[in-house]
Design a protein around this ligand. Sequence first.
Ligand code: ADP
Length: 475
Amino acid sequence: MTMSSLPSWIPTQLLLGGEWVDGSGGSFVVNDPSTEAPLATVQRAGVADVRKAIDLAAEAQPKWAARAPRERAEVLRAVFEAMIERRDDLATVMMLENGKSMTDALGEVAYAAEFFRWFSEETVRIGGELRTAPSGANRIVTFRKPVGLAYLITPWNFPAAMATRKIAPALAAGCGFLLKPAEETPLTALAVGQLLLDAGVEPGIVSVLPTDRPAEMTDVVMADARVGKISFTGSTQVGRILLRQSADRVLNASMELGGNGPFIVCEDADLDAALEGALIAKMRNGGQACTAVNRFLVHDAVYDEFVARLSEAMGQWEIRPVINRVAVDRIAGAVDEALSAGARRVLGEGSVPTPGCFYPATVLADVPSDARILRDEIFGPVAVCVRVKSDDDAIGIANSSDYGLASYIYTRDLARGLRLSEALEVGMVGLNRGLISDPAAPFGGVKQSGLGREGGFDGIDEFLETTYVSVNWEG
Ligand code: ADP
């Protein structure tokens, strides 16, 4: 399906405290989802490697934190420049190991690089406060300090951006890190590691440790008192395990977990704009995004037209593979279950290429309100449409979820849009927009979609602690 091959500079060893080494745990194979053929063999980090990475990072982190903020900022800025310079190579790696289209991959490189630019600008603005206590008796002074060593776990759907969204604020704050990329897509993370070294980061604080045995590595890291932070992006199920493990050491945890994105189309919406936004919010990355729409909640007056036009547009979308065979089977199972519950398939009966992990763009209409597909994250190119009678009806359905991450609203009435935005139990709303991810904005969820925010002004706070001094300097 693709003629591209991996750029020769992409590492397949471990990055262990700034050095490229073979892993003590052997190796594992990374596949290309568009052919299901092996793409690369990557070194597997073993327990001994993980311990060594923590030793090296613990020693080097104070040195990095002691560098002037401006100097740290310049390193981050250099990584931003390097990612842009290498954008074609990075996009090629992502296309090969993740299966995303070149357009999506290039978009992701730009987005991922932007976290380094944004947080390079934030590095020199880490503040504290000075206030007079309400009693007037003393002053309140605060300092911000790095949390120390951060353990970063990332998923396969955005192999660059999910890593840089954590690495950049960690480095900006003065932390060191161990990154465990997803076993499906370690190559992008290794490439970013190389760019960090080239840019002059304190080498000991950078470890990128691929493994296909995530629990084994995580047990070692989470038990080590020198690790001060876990930042995870992935499923709610794994997030819960990590939160339980965090409890043992009361470890500072940030969690970006699953979503069940509602997309509300009011009867006064600009339907052309809503369709354009729907395609981005549903089909970017083949629907494999935690921000992806799971439920189109469309007002009765425009429902039939919206469903027909969405099906037509999705039918013309370039078919790309999903991440692996397990994902194909999972999506197919969810669709079949919805069909037997009474949903109507408007699009999606066509054939798909073989070999490769493909599932056709699918539109389901008139999905019964108790169908499982309305509760569980689809993570694939399947649009599920539900007819709603009113705003209250839409909000009721939207909020009847354990998740609360991304959501979308289309209406020409801005006041109505803001009212609905406030009523939704979510972390993020796209109001007449299908794309909400922005390094300058706080990304995150409520309910079982997570804890904490990444990006924006909040992102760096996740890697900082506050010390307060109550001081009396009057004689
Ligand atoms: P997905 O279903 O999208 O693959 P996961 O939550 O399973 O989402 O995976 C996200 C990340 O979590 C990956 O890097 C994966 O290796 C890691 N992971 C999976 N299970 C565990 C675990 N028990 N402990 C720590 N990390 C895990």
